[in-house]
Design a protein around this ligand. Structure first.
Ligand SMILES: [Zn+2]
Length: 155
């Protein structure tokens, strides 16, 4: 997405958790604890992926995008589809997005990415464009004075 910025990647943390699970330092129950809300969000607003669940390998992971920001008002903290995110990105100035992967089989879930969307990301581009318009708009509004003598065509 064009206005995507301030991307924070959590894949290192995710890998560390998975390593601990394999070592037996963390039980799968501790990491497979997706709430009913998160599972619902995955069902109704999730984006399917081709990636197998790293825990149970029975199902593909689903990505859920949670949105936060003052401009969202009562819908802050809700899950949104990708198509809805692109609309929000063009209508609001700044939206925080948290991406969580969920397995609908075993309830594995982990935050994988966080970023900011919104029109504020276009501000830099816009000011550039304005400068170009100002410098190229040099033509005054002089009209070559062709006065039409409309009263002359008498018959
Ligand atoms: Zn799973």
């Amino acid at each position: 997405m064009r206005t995507q910025r301030q991307i924070v990647d959590y894949s290192l943390q995710r890998r560390a958790v998975l390593r601990d699970v394999r070592n037996g330092r963390i039980g799968t129950l501790e990491v497979c604890d997706a709430s009913p809300y998160l599972r619902n969000a995955a069902t109704f607003h999730g984006e399917p992926t081709d990636e197998r669940c790293p825990i149970c390998r029975r199902d593909n992971l689903t990505l859920v995008h949670y949105v936060y920001g003052d401009e969202l008002k009562q819908s802050a903290g809700q899950a949104r589809k990708l198509s809805e995110l692109t609309v929000l990105a063009m209508t609001l100035r700044e939206v925080q997005v948290f991406v969580v992967e969920v397995c609908r089989s075993c309830s594995w879930n982990h935050l994988i990415e966080r970023f900011v969307l919104g029109r504020d990301g276009l501000a830099a581009e816009d000011s550039l464009r304005n400068e170009v318009m100002v410098s190229s708009g040099g033509g005054g509004s002089h009209r070559s004075g062709q006065s039409s003598h409309s009263g002359e065509g008498r018959r």
